[in-house]
Design a protein around this ligand. Structure first.
Ligand code: ADP
Ligand code: MG
Length: 422
């Protein structure tokens, strides 16, 4: 087993800098061949005699190079379809890289937890699957039997060990697979999006395991969409986009770039609808007190939430409602221009709504929602959007939001107020 890695941040960084590489990826490309649609009619076949056997090449990874140090906790992020799972599958040897498409070097035994189904046989019981997997991952039969209880207990599936895996819910199967992956003594552990499936208490257990794996000096490649986890656990991270590596480095920088990409995609110009929408959101963003665009704020920091709108028809004092939602989609703050004259907008004209405030809500992830309507009638809204301009608020809250209030202590019986019967 690798030497224990020291745990203060500075010591860890020093130790990792001089640690040998555990995963080396050099110029790796991987493409998939997708057969073209078969040409059905005789005429088409006559016109395109060769087409029925052609295929399209979809590049899933393009010339990706990086290395991961022994003992490093390394994050891999990117939008759906950016090539994260393909990369892990290449590392695990499930896919071959393209001929002449680079080289992969691994300095230790690998334990992949890629996705549901890989490595599990649905027609076998959980007991058999765990044993087979553990043996495949390098344990002896005796070790596998010894670990079995621990694996099953961690997954909280003691009562279901003799059930066939096809009768498991996806959440149960994920727990089992993750449990196998982290309970065997692999040097390099690949983790793909596990935590999205489990419930909160199982996630907490996984986090404990992440801390243990870090302390034990295991090398972990961790695919996730959750930038808070990247910043919490990863020593470094990289960002994939359309199969290319866009960024590699410290987690905060990579998270920032990831948000910027998503931000452009989610809030970039919406496609103009046929016939012209009366109003639409063009983009939404956050600024700090100096007017710089940010994807991250400190708790209590002064900021401006901005939404740019474009009108497709004449609008007279349109009403704009701006909502702030937390990471579970609950409304935590809202404001509206109702009652304030917003002026007249001609077709093609744009305008920006800006809400300035000090961000006094607790640290976490937030996003904006916007409704634009003629007269505040939400039912007949011209435009309604959610999930705009996601932002991370960091820091420890110094007290909860300052809500104007009165505090008193009253002795004796509770005083009745209101609700008096006649
Ligand atoms: N087995 C496959 N056959 C064909 N295309 C695939 C296969 N696996 C993945 N792809 C394609 O490769 C691209 C990258 O996919 P994937 O690695 O799963 O992305 P991610 O895990 O980042 O969401 C996508 O366009 C996906 O459709
Ligand atoms: Mg994936």
């Amino acid at each position: 087993m690798p030497a224990t890695v020291p745990q203060t941040e500075a010591q860890r960084a020093d130790a990792l800098a001089s640690a040998p590489a555990s995963v080396v990826v050099e110029g790796v490309s991987k493409s998939f061949r997708l057969p073209h649609q078969q040409y059905q009619t005789l005429k088409e076949r006559a016109l395109h005699p060769l087409k029925s056997s052609t295929y399209e090449t979809l590049p899933a990874l393009r010339d990706v190079s990086f290395d991961v140090r022994s003992g490093e906790f390394f994050g891999i992020v990117g939008r759906n379809g950016s090539g994260k799972s393909t990369l892990l599958k290449c590392l695990a040897g499930i896919y071959d890289v393209d001929p002449g498409g680079g080289r992969i070097g691994l300095g230790g035994r690998l334990s992949p937890f890629i996705e549901l189904g890989v490595g599990f046989n649905p027609d076998l019981t959980a007991r058999d699957n765990v044993t087979i997997n553990a043996i495949m991952l390098g344990l002896t039969r005796r070790e596998a039997h010894r670990r079995f209880d621990r694996i099953v207990a961690f997954a909280e599936l003691e009562d279901f060990v003799d059930l066939k895996l096809k009768n498991y819910s996806s959440g149960m199967a994920v727990r089992l697979a993750f449990s196998v992956a982290i309970q065997v003594d692999a040097d390099i552990i690949l983790v793909d999006e596990v935590l999205a499936v489990g419930d909160v208490s199982f996630q907490e257990k996984c986090f404990e395991q992440f801390r243990r794996l870090k302390e034990e000096g295991r090398t972990v490649l961790f695919v996730t969409h959750d930038m808070a986890l990247v910043e919490r656990f990863c020593d470094r991270a990289m960002l994939l986009h359309h199969g290319e590596m866009l960024e590699i480095g410290d987690p905060a920088t990579v998270a920032e770039r990831y948000f910027a990409l998503n931000f452009d995609a989610e809030t970039g110009a919406a496609p103009a609808e046929a016939g012209g929408q009366p109003a639409r959101v063009v983009r939404a963003w956050w600024e700090d007190e100096a007017g710089r665009r940010v994807h991250r704020l400190d708790h209590g920091q002064a900021c401006v939430a901005s939404v740019e709108l474009e009108f497709g028809e004449h609008a007279e004092d349109p009403t704009v409602v701006l909502r702030l939602m937390n990471d579970v989609g609950a409304l935590v703050f809202g404001t509206s221009t109702a009652g304030t004259p917003t002026g007249r907008f001609a077709p093609g004209e744009s305008g920006t709504v800006r809400v300035s405030f000090d961000f006094r809500l607790p640290p976490g992830r937030y996003a904006l929602g916007v409704t634009v309507s003629d007269d505040g009638d939400e039912e007949a809204a011209w435009e309604r959007r959610e999930g705009l301009a996601p932002i991370t608020v960091q820091g420890s809250p110094r007290g909860l939001p300052a809500m104007p209030h009165e505090l008193e202590v009253v002795h004796g019986e509770p005083v009745r107020t209101g609700g008096r019967t006649q």
